[in-house]
Design a protein around this ligand. Sequence first.
Ligand SMILES: *Cc1c(COP(=O)(O)O)cnc(C)c1O
Length: 406
Amino acid sequence: MAPAPVSASQSVLLPTYARAPVAFERGEGPWAITADGTRYLDFGAGIAVNSLGHAHPHLVEALTAQAGKIWHTSNLYTMPEGERLARRLCEATFAQRAFFTNSGAEANECAIKMARKYHAAKGHPERYRIITFEGAFHGRTLATIAAGGQQKYIDGFGPKVDGFDQVPFDDEAALKAAIGPETAAMMVEPIQGEGGLRSAPSRFLRLLRDLCDEHGLMLIFDEIQTGVGRTGKFFAYELSGVTPDIMSVAKGIGGGFPMGVCLATEEAASGMTLGTHGTTFGGNPLAMAVGNAVLDVILAPGFIDHVAQTSLRLKQSLAELKDKHPEVIAEIRGEGLMLGLKLHTLNTDFVAEARAAGLLVVAAGDNVVRLLPPLIIGEPEVADAVSRLDRAAGAIEAALKRPAAE
Ligand SMILES: *Cc1c(COP(=O)(O)O)cnc(C)c1O
């Protein structure tokens, strides 16, 4: 049978996303702009990816300069810009080793493999199980959906990858009970992103560190969303002072160029010897040029302090907004420029109303709306965003007060 003709108006992309009916043609800093010139204040930043906003001149310069030299060489050859980026990341964090990937899920795959291999190389291949936490999100590969533990992402894709034991968030007794002779590691987001901006309390992270030390486990932090300045620190682990052994990073590190990295201590990485892991694209020269350019800006003196200051302003304004709209906004959550509004009303409706008011925000689990603006914003953008959020909340309230149509 001949295949059915494809209608020109129907998308041939897999319908796995409920895409908003808006397409952006270009961007300028915190603004995303459609072909007809409509401007949206972008407080989603491509889900915490466009850390320096759109078309940042330093990133454009770095990418186009590299594009004119060489795009790709593979990991068969030395890549000086990758060596440099890895060294800069290690110097600015707890880590001594780095592996570049193309995405967050791949950075987590590296972290999971590394934790398992650490024990195997020490003569304990039976220690492969990883404790994860309810509400987690670690990606969409077969292993990372098992790690995240969300049934809706697991169902229908065959046997769940073995080796992940999920416990409730912030439940000491359940956590201790889950540790056994096969446990290799614990894996946690310091602040759950997709799960609804739930912060792991510092004392809980310290408990994880203590239990990992006591039982010889690897502590893995998934900082794919929280990393690279997002929380007002270079990495969120600095907020608690609890240092992981392994950390996955992606999203903001590429400023919009797809890349990730798995960082680790020398000890944690000790099993990852010649030939044990690989990637064709990971760490390619285009990504490395952009990653270095992102760090030029984010690690410049004062930049991250500015993020923390902007966050205070935004949090203060959001608290006022909550007081003004108590029927809509229940709670303000998060750290730095990774903030969430927990709502009484449906979060997806709020996202649509905000977009109608010219503001892009992102829904998350637990009925939360996420604000993830580019880290370059200042007071004018905070004021502008809050007035648009005010309009969105007002529209939701007006709809609540209208008598339901028969
Ligand atoms: C986005 C995200 C991932 C997955 O990253 P991808 O690049 O989509 O594979 C994993 N963990 C966390 C915490 C994330 O926010």
